[in-house]
Design a protein around this ligand. Structure first.
Ligand SMILES: Nc1nc2c(c(=O)[nH]1)N[C@H]1C(S)=C(S)[C@@H](COP(=O)(O)OP(=O)(O)OC[C@H]3O[C@@H](n4cnc5c(=O)[nH]c(N)nc54)[C@H](O)[C@@H]3O)O[C@H]1N2
Ligand SMILES: Nc1nc2c(c(=O)[nH]1)N[C@H]1C(S)=C(S)[C@@H](COP(=O)(O)OP(=O)(O)OC[C@H]3O[C@@H](n4cnc5c(=O)[nH]c(N)nc54)[C@H](O)[C@@H]3O)O[C@H]1N2
Ligand SMILES: [Mo]
Length: 811
């Protein structure tokens, strides 16, 4: 989230599109209710189904799964055409005026530089014109036809309300009503919040869905302001912490990144990261990258990381592909290139796409180690269950070892919520039986592997032998020790760079914040964005003062939020060029004439002059991006792309299948179906009564939702002779399931291009372990294809067929 849960109460308009917050985030959803109550806020829901969130909305519109970019670009077009633009914001705080290279353009739904063979773009033209002085060229009058604003206008021109009706199946009048409601939020004193989750991310162009809304929010002047923002509703209680801490194959904690093979040394690695400003006087905060990175290397390898060995840069793995995400990992298993799989707190047999492929892949392993408090379907993948078993149990040789771990409620530590708040929690119970804390299990594995390296040697022992492991009990690092390591410590005395005589922090003490991190080896810090969470003031994450002096839901002394306890990112943009709040009634920070101050920690240097230093300090240009340059693999503007499996052709380019740079593997190409065989659009989702796959173990949850089912419209049920409560068989090119049919008026056929498109909804909670009835969920059917930028699988739009079935789900 750019903002926070509690900030949602400040909004005038909530748009839930690409999520179902009342169902999947019922506790956080109370802030929507607060906004309605306090400010008379309205709620809009755009979803293929009439959801629990839609049931309490002020206005609802249906949309065909996978067509949101058309809707969003059409909203932008409508705002421009009807002058619903927060002009002062757009002119000062976005790259609207930046001139783009002449070579950049688009045709047939593709941007310049596409290479069909490589399935990739040459992105060199997707950039600004840079002058001889090294700064980007701009036209503040927005007259130049090559400025971002005019290119954006030209780009969105095709996305008319008629196009929305044709592609999304959203009736034109519903679209127009929503555009009007949203248009009101271009006022300086009205804000809109975007609450989204998987309905946007789980598509082969998921990241572009989110960019589309972010651009709209910038045009309305809604980023950085109370009640505004792009608010990703995160999933597991600590999934925000997962990405923050770099638990992705291409990340290092704090959104630093793993070097690639093309960056064999430290100097080359830094060249493309510590960017100089692209506009005069801008902050370009990533110039501090070396400080964060050196401090990270010191936290990892202590004395072994020195200036003269490039801070042990050679210890870091170098990526040969963009990422070893889960799709690539299971693909490599399926290619028989993986021997051992450690699976910690994850049930991929149910969670990952194409169960058939997963079963095949696991069957090729020598060893699978499961660290989980519960028995999972994955641990028993070798059993034959259900309708479709691609591998015969008897033929599977994989050895499976289960290491019983604790669960989150038996553990102590910080959980990072969607709003970036690190909230400390304490263990509620001891793990039962032989179960051990995850940290204990990992420490055992590490210490034993290290001992083997010590006694037997190995190809490259140094990164293991030299790993910093200064915990009081090497067999069990404690949560506060780990948290202090994240915060960072001064290894030598740290001085004020402007006054060499002024010591800021003495050697051995916790650094106050990342402002004290250095690139000379005098500081260590495990995760720079968390710096400040556990300093000499103590464990700030454990703070429990819920006071809210401003009444704006800031709660500055409740827990701790990254970065620097700042609750709203980009909050400098909540004030105009002179530093005065756009909305005097909701002042979050302001310029006093000398410095920035207010109700939140300013997202700018406290003394940065308002007309000179722009708010988007992480970008070298200082402003936000309506045109994303080459950062996005699939285009600097979001453009409509159909799902990989779609009932219709792409209106811009009938030859184009899905996202032209989506994550696909050769071996999966033949597993994609088309509408002639699989005419119905399926989408998958969750229910309040279960949490994924493990609440089936709880009798109460199992009783509330005992049985796997699929939802379909009355019209389709009539067409197919399916009865409410009867059994159906649903199949895709990759597998099949049997489930009970729920025939509902909450799903209606959408009319796209004059033809009905039927949607089948498949909740995801069932398997064969636990107290609920047996049955399979959507991932027996889903396609093995991922987003072009972040590899999230396309779980939300794929093709199936359906028929009435005799007999129950077999398991
Ligand atoms: N009770 C409960 N709560 C949970 C979870 C749980 O299992 N149980 N899981 C947690 C996790 S890990 C996560 S990530 C979150 C997920 O939170 P959400 O994303 O809110 O949950 P979903 O139910 O997967 O999907 C949301 C909605 O997206 C809609 N949708 C599908 N395709 C499209 C599309 O193309 N466009 C639009 N606009 N909408 C579409 C679906 O109809 C569905 O209503 O929930 C978290 N909360
Ligand atoms: N078709 C389709 N597929 C989907 C989705 C979808 O919308 N549609 N959603 C996707 C999303 S967003 C998600 S997040 C995944 C969820 O997929 P998973 O993360 O695999 O789902 P969970 O059941 O939450 O599994 C977590 C496991 O962690 C264990 N666990 C709990 N606490 C601890 C602990 O402290 N330590 C350890 N070691 N284990 C613990 C639980 O017992 C459980 O077995 O599913 C994904 N798959
Ligand atoms: Mo999730």
């Amino acid at each position: 989230m750019t903002n926070s849960w509690t900030d949602i109460k400040n909004t005038d308009l909530v748009v839930v599109m690409g999520g179902n917050a009342a169902e999947a985030h019922p506790c956080g959803f109370k802030w929507v209710t607060e906004a309605k109550h306090h400010r008379g806020a309205k709620l809009i829901v755009v979803d293929p189904r009439f959801t629990r969130t839609a049931a309490v909305s002020d206005y609802y519109a249906p949309i065909r799964p996978g067509s949101d970019i058309v809707f969003l670009m059409a909203l932008i077009r409508w705002m421009i055409e009807n002058d619903k633009v927060q002009w002062d914001y757009v002119k000062a705080f976005t790259n609207a005026s930046f001139i783009v290279k002449d070579e950049f353009g688009w045709s047939d739904g593709l941007f310049t530089g596409y290479d069909e063979q490589k399935r990739d773009f040459d992105r060199s033209s997707w950039d600004y014109v840079v002058g001889d002085d090294g700064f980007a060229v701009t036209d503040p009058t927005l007259q130049n036809p090559r400025c971002v604003w005019n290119l954006l206008k030209a780009h969105v021109d095709a996305y008319t309300p008629e196009m929305v009706e044709r592609v999304c199946g959203t009736p034109k009048d519903r679209f127009l009503k929503i555009a009007e409601m949203i248009g009101e939020c271009s006022s300086k004193t009205k804000t809109m919040t975007s609450m989204y989750a998987l309905g946007w991310t789980q598509h082969s162009k998921g990241a572009q869905n989110i960019r589309g809304m972010a651009m709209l929010q910038l045009i309305l002047g809604n980023i950085g302001v109370p009640g505004g923002g792009m608010n990703a509703l995160r999933g597991h209680s600590n999934i925000q912490g997962l990405t923050d801490l770099g638990l992705m194959s291409n990340l290092i904690p704090g959104y630093l990144n793993i070097p690639t093979e093309k960056e064999p040394d430290w100097a080359t690695y830094l060249k493309s990261r510590a960017f100089k400003p692209l506009m005069p006087g801008q902050t370009s905060y990533w110039q501090n990258y070396p400080k964060f990175m050196v401090s990270f290397m010191k936290a990892m390898w202590g004395e072994a990381a020195q200036k003269d060995n490039d801070w042990a840069f050679h210890y870091l793995p170098k990526l040969d592909v963009p990422a070893y995400d889960m799709l690539r990992m299971f693909e490599l298993m399926d290619q028989d290139r993986v021997n051992i799989y450690f699976c910690q707190g994850f049930n991929p047999l149910l969670a990952a796409p194409n169960r058939g492929k997963l079963t095949r892949a696991f069957s090729k392993l020598k060893l699978m180690v499961i660290m989980d408090p519960l028995e999972t379907e994955t641990a028993r993948f070798w059993e034959n269950h259900g309708e479709y078993n691609p591998v015969d149990s008897a033929a599977i040789q994989t050895e499976v070892i289960q290491l019983p771990s604790s669960c989150f409620a038996e553990d102590e530590g910080a959980l990072v919520n969607s709003g970036r708040w690190l909230q400390w929690h304490w263990a509620a119970a001891e793990p039962p039986g032989d179960a051990k804390l995850d940290t204990w299990i990992m420490a055992q594995i590490f210490n034993r592997v290290k001992a083997l390296y010590q006694t037997e040697g190995g190809v490259f022992p140094d990164p293991i032998l030299n790993l910093a492991w200064g915990y009081a009990d090497p067999n069990e690092p404690k949560p506060d020790e780990l948290a202090r390591e994240m915060n960072g410590t001064a290894l030598g005395d740290v001085f004020d760079p402007k006054d060499a005589a002024k010591m800021l922090t003495a050697a051995g003490k916790q650094v106050k914040s990342f402002a004290e991190l250095r690139d000379d080896g005098s500081t260590a810090c495990g995760c720079w964005i968390y710096s400040g969470c556990f300093n000499e003031d103590g464990n700030n994450m454990a703070r429990r003062d819920n006071a809210d002096p401003s009444g704006l839901g800031v709660h500055p002394k409740w827990a701790w939020s990254w970065p620097l306890n700042r609750r709203t990112l980009y909050n400098r943009a909540s004030a105009d060029l002179n530093g005065q709040p756009w909305d005097p009634e909701r002042p979050i920070i302001q310029w006093t004439g000398e410095k920035w101050e207010g109700n939140d920690v300013p997202d700018i240097s406290p003394t940065a002059k308002p007309g000179e230093v722009m708010p988007f300090i992480m970008n070298p240009e200082g402003v936000s991006r309506l045109f994303s340059r080459g950062m996005m693999r699939d285009g600097p503007f979001p453009t409509h792309m159909e799902p990989f499996e779609s009932p219709v052709q792409n209106v811009f380019n009938a030859r184009m299948r899905g996202n032209p740079v989506a994550r696909v593997f050769e071996s999966d190409v033949e597993t994609f179906g088309d509408a002639s065989e699989f005419p119905y659009v399926a989408t998958s989702y969750r229910l309040t009564e279960h949490f994924h796959y493990w609440t089936k173990n709880n009798v109460v949850n199992a009783a509330l939702q005992p049985q796997g089912f699929v939802e379909l419209s009355v019209q389709l049920a009539e067409e197919k002779g399916i009865t409410n409560g009867g059994w159906v068989r649903v199949w895709s090119k990759r597998g099949e399931i049997r489930a009970k049919a729920v025939v509902t008026r909450r799903i209606k056929p959408m009319i796209c291009d004059g033809k009905p498109v039927h949607v089948i909804g498949i909740p995801l909670h069932w398997g064969f372990v636990g107290a609920a009835k047996k049955g399979w969920g959507p991932n027996s059917l889903t396609p093995y294809v991922g987003d072009a930028n972040i590899e999230t699988p396309e779980y939300k739009a794929f093709l199936v067929n359906i028929e009435p079935a005799v007999g129950e789900a077999v398991s």
